[in-house]
Design a protein. Structure first.
Length: 164
């Protein structure tokens, strides 16, 4: 019988290997994702898993950004289209779309739909700015990355009110 695959252990092993290869002097724990046309950064500790878009069951009388409910290994997760939240265009569906399941520390069975995952990012040396509570990073090529604060997202009353 094969050993059960543990995503958290795998992620830690990848991060450890990157550190040993000298990719950065500090621990890399930031994931780059694309949400619509925006580049975003997510703390890896805020997510528990990244998966292809699962089959979802639509829930009637919900907001347009609420994609539905997905069964992930016997657990039900609410899936939110991060690009459509709160009042934007829905994410164009294609094979590159991914769902980021929120970390168990939030005690919230939810996932966010993103356009694509861009991989690990080392923000060391990037310029950080904050304006109106919104944190942005500018990388060495001048691209702007928005910080996606999952804790702050979960505290927004409109995020918790999915009903029309």
């Amino acid at each position: 019988m094969s050993k059960r695959f543990n995503l958290r252990e795998f992620q830690q092993q990848v991060l450890d290997r990157l550190q040993m290869q000298g990719v950065g002097s500090t621990r890399i724990s930031t994931l780059g994702v694309q949400v619509g046309q925006h580049l975003c950064l997510v703390d890896m500790t805020d997510i528990s898993e990244i998966l292809p878009v699962p089959a979802m069951t639509a829930v009637p009388l919900t907001k347009p950004w609420y994609c539905g409910v997905a069964n992930v290994r016997g657990n039900l997760y609410s899936i939110i289209d991060l690009n459509a939240y709160p009042d934007q265009q829905p994410t164009a569906r294609d094979a590159a779309n991914r769902v980021l399941l929120l970390g168990q520390r939030f005690a919230f069975n939810a996932g966010v739909l993103v356009s694509r995952v861009l991989g690990l990012r080392n923000t060391e040396g990037w310029q950080r700015s904050e304006e109106g509570g919104i944190v942005r990073y500018t990388d060495s090529s001048g691209q702007i990355w928005h910080w996606l604060d999952i804790q702050q997202l979960l505290q927004q009353p409109e995020f918790l009110q999915i009903g029309e």
